[in-house]
Design a protein around this ligand. Structure first.
Ligand SMILES: [Zn+2]
Ligand SMILES: [Zn+2]
Length: 434
């Protein structure tokens, strides 16, 4: 053992401090618009200075952001010929890391407290004993001793320690493995990126995979709870779309509404069912691709503009028996909690549990056992018009000109009747007063 120690010492002089003098000298500096690092080392370890949302955005924008590397005039000559490379490996110094940061041995990755601490060298934390950071960048141009690069994850003023060419054959080509937490962090960044490109990417993926459970979970994000009604809306829309396109595999471009009213949904009930329809089809009240027909039926018609045939899906008259058979306790509890509104906290919890159970059991049923479907002729109204706005002379609020009373003031100021969709359906506000 003693011998090994000695040899190691002799071979590389790893403990010999003298090889570090003269000290590492910067050969240039990085200039960009990023003033502060998003990870800072403090008393509690790493601390995230910005929201994850912001960080993900910055990671994504990194590819586009141009940084300038100003190489010291002395070393300009050392850049000769570098423009023949498309990518470079830049080594730079995290100059804002303090002594405290340089002593950290374990950190929560990205300062995320919910991820258990890991050894510092398992991370790319900027706070490290010798805060040398490395980044592969794309080289856009070289003008003398000035390089323009993108993809450089550094803050303004970072000293550059070294520049090397990036040659991919020097790096492993086989599959690379990594800890689960790192894989998840990277996935999060990708996810954000994907959703920024297409906000419905998650839904579209779930629809394409016919993953009803995933659609139900995503529907509950807006619906607020799991219930057989929203599950019916999810199923009806999923199968309706499938029939509408007559495809085995969905075409992502038309799988759901993109807010341009090309896919339209006509829903016949303003209950839980309607949220399943809105979520899966993407046709919503707000994007004008949802038409509400006040008929009180668990039915939806899906249609594509320019095609006068659509698909209407309606729950079979015995759908309640199916739900009752799947979860016998559901309807008695619903009677107690929702209809009579006389119940204990315990009843309410049990009701929610059975509603969830019924929803997830329902989506496993064969479509034909729960619904009937038919091709129907549809008569869609025109695209939602873009109308002028006016200012109400009385309250000063802006409104669509088409919604004003005859004297150019809003209906509330004019004390005129108007319609509203509420629990009972479409009603005139005057009906209640009458
Ligand atoms: Zn519901
Ligand atoms: Zn007004």
């Amino acid at each position: 053992m003693e011998k090994n120690k000695e040899t190691a010492g002799k071979n590389i002089g790893s403990r010999d401090e003298t090889i570090f003098s003269p000290r590492i000298r910067p050969i240039g500096v990085i200039k960009n618009e990023i003033e502060e690092p998003f990870l800072v080392a403090g008393n509690e370890g790493l601390d995230m200075q910005k929201s994850m949302e912001k960080v993900r955005e910055e990671v994504r924008e990194l590819d586009q952001r141009i940084s300038t590397i100003i190489v010291d005039a002395d070393w300009g000559d050392a850049l000769k010929g570098i423009e023949a490379y498309s990518h470079l490996l830049v080594l730079y110094w995290a100059h804002k890391v303090n002594e405290q940061g340089r002593a950290l041995k374990r950190v929560h990755p990205m300062g995320r407290k919910e991820i258990p601490e890991v050894g510092l060298f398992c991370t790319c934390s900027p706070a490290r004993p010798n805060p040398v950071l490395a980044c592969v960048v794309r080289l856009h141009e070289r003008k003398g001793n000035i390089l323009k690069v993108s993809g450089l994850d550094a803050i303004d003023g970072s000293p550059v320690v070294d520049i090397k060419p990036y040659v991919n054959s020097w790096y492993p080509r086989e599959a690379v493995s990594m800890p689960e937490w790192m894989r998840r962090l990277m996935e999060e960044v990708d996810q954000y990126d994907r959703l920024k490109q297409n906000p419905r990417a998650d839904f579209i993926e779930a629809i394409e995979r016919r993953d009803l459970a995933r659609c139900l979970i995503k529907t509950a994000e807006i619906h607020g709870h799991y219930c057989p009604g929203s599950a019916l809306g999810v199923m009806a829309s999923m199968h309706g779309l499938s029939l509408l396109y007559g495809l085995n595999r969905f075409d992502a471009a038309v799988t759901s509404s993109d807010g341009l009213e090309n896919l339209m949904a006509i829903v016949e009930i303003n209950a839980c069912f309607a949220d399943g329809v809105q979520a899966v089809s993407g046709c919503t009240l707000g994007n004008n691709a949802l038409i509400y027909r006040d008929l009180g039926k668990h039915a939806v018609t899906l249609a594509i503009r320019g095609n006068d045939m659509g698909v209407r899906v309606c729950a079979r008259p015995d759908f309640r028996e199916t739900i009752g058979r799947l979860v016998p306790a559901f309807y008695p509890l619903m009677e107690k909690v929702i209809k009579n509104r006389v119940h204990t906290k315990e009843d309410e919890k049990r009701f929610k549990d059975t509603a969830r159970e019924a929803a997830f059991a329902l989506i496993k049923q064969d479509f034909e056992n729960v619904f009937s479907a038919e091709r129907v002729r549809v008569d869609l109204p025109g695209y939602a018009p873009i109308v002028d706005s006016i200012i109400c002379q009385n309250c000063g609020e802006q409104l669509m000109a088409t919604k004003a009373a005859l004297n150019g003031i809003c209906l509330t100021c004019a004390e005129k009747p108007y319609f509203q969709v509420e629990g009972r359906g479409i009603v005139s506000n005057t009906r209640r007063q009458a």
